[in-house]
Write a protein that binds this ligand. Sequence first.
Ligand code: UDP
Length: 320
Amino acid sequence: MKILVLGGAGYIGSHVVKDLLANHMEVVVYDDLSTGSQQNLFEKAEFIKGSILDYPALLSAMKKNIDAVILLAGKKAVGESMENPEKYALNNLSGNINVLNAMAESGIKKIVFSSSAAVYGTPQYLPLDENHPLNPMSFYGFTKAEMEKYMQWYDKLKGIKFVSLRYFNAVGYDEEGSIRGLEQNPQNLLPIVMEAISGKRNSMSVFGNDYDTRDGTCIRDYIHVSDLADAHTKALLYLDKNEQSLVLNLGTETGISVLEIIKETERLTGKTVPYKIAPRRPGDPAIVTASAKKAFDALGWKATHSGLENIILSTWRLYQ
Ligand code: UDP
């Protein structure tokens, strides 16, 4: 299969490309390098520098005998999406519609889409399964939920089949160390912890320690990027054999608190994490955990890299 990976130079995209190549797929990476990094490119994959906002360039990339598209190009900072929704409307909605239209025009019938647990909003029950109502609390989550609706229509009207992968908290780095691009200006917990112990920032904040959880800090479901990458490959193999679209959670079904991440990082690295307790961050639910049963049933997928120790050590190796 020949796969066009939109956003293939990014943090998750580069891990996906690595997994596709290991599974003997032909890969074309398409990325504007706005957040992705040249360091994340693989020699064995063709690279086209381009944006999903550039319809003619996108279309010409799709005319390279592409069998399926993986769409990871997008903006992903929840907080920023609330301050600058225009940026998210443009990239995550207009850009994604370009992708669907270019697929329709070039006759490509399969897409794997990078969605998010942010589509659910505050959990009404746990663990979250795919039937949980969608009530995004951020504009970012709204763009992901909207794209899933667009894909349902393009499935009905244009025969484009999709697998939408709702990632929980993506963490970790390739254990073989072949992906070296660090995220610039990270917004997520683990890279912030890493920047704090490596001296790149003076201190970090723990957003709230008065939640109704075992240690008062928020609990999340942290999933290793190599597990996410494996799910993309399996989703493509599924679409190759099945004519039915799917929406799947990707998580570990295990919850870890913010303080547990910090304490385990201190234990494994022998360093102190300089942190202070800060007020709650608006919109943070106390606990978010996934049911991953559907992904197991449909794809035979299960998280195997996502132990806490591996998550932390594979990240620390790069930040050291
Ligand atoms: N968090 C924190 N300090 C930070 C960044 C995040 O305490 O500097 C907490 C955040 O409140 C949440 C958890 O870490 O409970 C995971 O946050 P992240 O932004 O990584 O992912 P989210 O769950 O919001 O998608």
